[in-house]
Design a protein around this ligand. Structure first.
Ligand SMILES: Cc1ncc(COP(=O)(O)O)c(C=O)c1O
Length: 362
């Protein structure tokens, strides 16, 4: 029954969820564990829901190895909400923050932060349309900045940071929206890690913010209550109604992630999946990878033929064959195959076969 009526969806997000997760959610949709109601219909203050919430949070902490120094917050508003929450919560100290601009979303994050203080651009890859990641010696970090912000994986351009920037005592803040839980991360090195969940973890509607507890409580006085990390910590993400169903779905995805060997298992799988597609691109005369080799993303594989009509013809043929959402973002052009955690190996292998056959026949 696997994949009988499912197609391979290479969307950049929202994107595929594991089929077994969708099947469990479907089976529990109208009557969760004998409660006689859907998780969607439950009070977030009920015992049954609290158990789902607590288990999900505990599983996230265990799987992503989040130390006790950090709190895990479930907040509505996606990653864009965090673009504002981060400066509002962290800039209180001295009003300065440094931003690495390596793509669309880090640029938006920097613009948002500028509303609240003195933002310096620590580096930018705009000179080559974000096809590379600046090296450590290209970063300018102000030692008195409240934090340094970067985006670990650039969804649109298909680049990924393969090192953790060294910023001395300046806290690191990282947007991990598009590579969240695809590999182990030393969370203790970060002040804040955040990400929207709709690519690797759950349906849309939420961001997870992992906040070093000693950084909370220094927010600017204008910080809206809904964005205040300190209040979210004190109220365990339930100062108001949380995104209940998204958290439940996250819980199911985390159980699935356990079955894959956690983030350690996922790292092996995603490296293998990415290598399959990059191998096709490296040996192709039709397709060319867009990102520099050293900066390639294992989540978003971007490529082009060099001719927009040929790109369009390939995208149409691929769509007809059941490989959907391969059109690249207009800012990068060409094609993009987003191969997040839930994209099965089979989907990647079949796309690779399709690309080779397409090249042969065209
Ligand atoms: C890296 C990155 N950051 C931020 C965002 C914005 O996320 P949201 O739509 O959850 O606000 C996205 C969305 O695609 C993204 O890829």
């Amino acid at each position: 029954m696997m994949f009988k009526d499912r197609i391979f969806n290479f969307s950049a997000g929202p994107s595929m969820l594991p089929l077994s997760v969708l099947e469990t959610a479907a089976a529990e949709m109208t009557n969760y564990h004998g409660s006689g109601m859907s998780v969607m219909e439950m009070s977030h203050r009920s015992k049954t829901y609290q158990a789902i919430f607590d288990q999900t949070k505990a599983d996230f902490r265990r799987i992503f190895h989040v130390p006790d120094t950090h709190e895990i917050l479930f907040m509505q508003g996606g990653a864009t909400f965090q673009f504002a929450a981060v400066p509002l919560n962290l800039m209180g100290e001295n009003g300065k923050a440094d931003y690495a601009v390596t793509g669309n979303f880090s640029e938006i994050a920097a613009k948002e932060a500028k509303k609240y203080g003195d933002v310096a651009i620590a580096c930018s890859s705009a000179d080559r349309n974000h096809t590379y990641i600046p090296s450590q010696d290209q970063l300018t970090v102000r030692p008195d900045a409240s934090y340094f912000h970067y985006c670990a994986n650039n969804t649109i351009y298909g680049t990924e940071w393969h090192y953790v920037p060294d910023t001395g005592s300046v806290p690191l803040v990282c947007d991990m929206s598009s590579n969240f839980l695809s590999k182990p991360v030393d969370v203790s090195r970060y002040g804040v890690i955040y990400g929207g969940v709709q690519k690797n973890l759950a349906p849309a509607g939420m961001a997870i913010a992992i906040v070093r507890k000693d950084l909370a409580g220094k927010q600017l006085p204008i910080t809206p209550k809904i964005m205040n990390y300190q209040i979210a910590i004190e109220k365990d993400s339930m100062d108001n109604t949380p995104p209940c169903y998204t958290i439940y779905m996250l819980g199911l995805v985390l159980k699935w992630l356990d079955e894959q060997g956690g983030v350690e298992g996922m790292e092996k799988i995603k490296s293998r999946k990415a290598a399959i597609l990059y191998d096709v691109l490296d040996s192709s005369e039709l397709f060319r990878p867009i990102a520099d080799k050293e900066a390639r993303s294992d989540m978003n594989v971007t490529f082009r033929t060099g001719d927009e009509e040929k790109d369009a013809a390939f995208i149409k043929a691929a769509t007809d064959a059941g490989f959907v959402n391969l059109k690249g973002h207009r800012k990068a052009g060409g094609m993009r195959a987003s191969i997040y955690n839930a994209m099965p190996m089979e989907g990647v292998e079949k796309l690779a076969d399709f690309m080779r056959a397409y090249e042969k026949n065209n």
